[in-house]
Design a protein around this ligand. Structure first.
Ligand code: V3L
Length: 85
């Protein structure tokens, strides 16, 4: 986002940045004070819970990951599954 923050979801030993558009959508919901935000990941609906700070595939509670809002400059695994070296 323009103030230098991004949204991340948890991987096995680090954090993945959400793709640019999705991060923008989550940020918009966050700034509006919304409790959750629905996103689309590879054709599946995921709900980002902005109070618990988790994302979960809709109707699949086992598919749950922590999420966070942090500076764009933090070390990360990559963006939406695309590794950066
Ligand atoms: N954006 C993109 N892909 C996602 C997202 C998302 N917000 N959420 C889940 N997936 P689950 P390591 C991740 C993918 O939670 O080695 C990473 O992007 C998820 O991809 O059970 O463990 C990597 O590509 C997973 O492939 O619904 O750090 C991959 O895991 C699939 O959806 C490995 O990362 C099921 O996730």
């Amino acid at each position: 986002t323009e103030d230098g923050y991004q949204w991340y979801y948890e991987g096995r030993n680090g954090w993945w940045q959400y793709d640019y558009r999705t991060s923008q959508d989550i940020e918009e919901a966050f700034k509006k004070g919304e409790k959750s935000c629905s996103i689309l990941v590879a054709g599946y609906v995921y709900v980002v819970d902005l109070e618990q700070l988790v994302q979960q595939r809709q109707n699949e509670p086992t598919r749950c990951r922590r999420v966070k809002r942090d500076l764009a400059t933090i070390p990360k695994k990559g963006v939406a599954g695309l590794r950066i070296e």
